[in-house]
Write a protein that binds this ligand. Sequence first.
Ligand SMILES: [Zn+2]
Length: 212
Amino acid sequence: MSKAYSFVRWPLRSALRTTVSTRFSLFHDPFLGKEQTMPYDVLIDPGHGGADSGAVNSKTNTLEKNLNMDSSLSVEYFLGQRGRTTKMTRTTDVDIDNYQRAYQGVREGAKIFVSVHHDSAEVGRSLVYHDNKAESIRLANKVAGYMGGISVVSMNQSPHGRLYIADFTTGPSILIEMGPTRPYTRDERIARCQLRPTPSRTSSPTTSRKLS
Ligand SMILES: [Zn+2]
C-alpha cells in the first residue's frame, strides 16, 4: 500500500472501521506489505515449542511440544491430500507467543485456525475445544467425528482455565487435545486421528469439504 493511498483513504476508512483490531491490521501492522500472502484454508498451530515444552511425561521424558509437531505434520498431510492449503505457525522448535500464533491467521487471511496439543500423561484425554463462534462449534463437532466421536468442549470449560488463544482469531477456531503425552508410535497417532495416508483411500472430495 503506498503512502499516498493510505493518506487519501484514511479518513474514510477511519470512519468506517470501528474496532481497534481492524484498524491495527490495516494501518499499523508492521508486517503489512512485507509478508502479504494469498489467503489459505487452515493455519495449523503445533502448541508450545522451544523453552516451553508443554506437558511432560516424567517417566519417558516425552515432551508435548514434539508430539504436537508430529501430529500437526499429519494434519497438514491429511488436509493437503484433500486439496486444502495450509500453513504452520512453527516448523521448528521455537516458542511463539499465543497472540502471534492466532494473529498470523488473521493477518494472512486463513479461513480456519487449528491449534494442536496433547495433555498430561495422567489425565490426558482426546478433546476438541471451540470458542463461542457458531462456525467454531460446527467445525469442532466435525473434527471430533473424524476422530471417532471424541468430546467437544467450550474453551471456557477447560480444566486448565479458560483457553484464550481464540480471543485473537476472527474465523472458526478450535484447539485439539490429541490425547495424553505418552510415547505413542507415529502409526498409533495417525490411526487414532484417522489420518493414515493410504494410496487406496476412497474418501470423496465431498467428505473432505465437510471439514470447513
Ligand atoms: Zn499444550
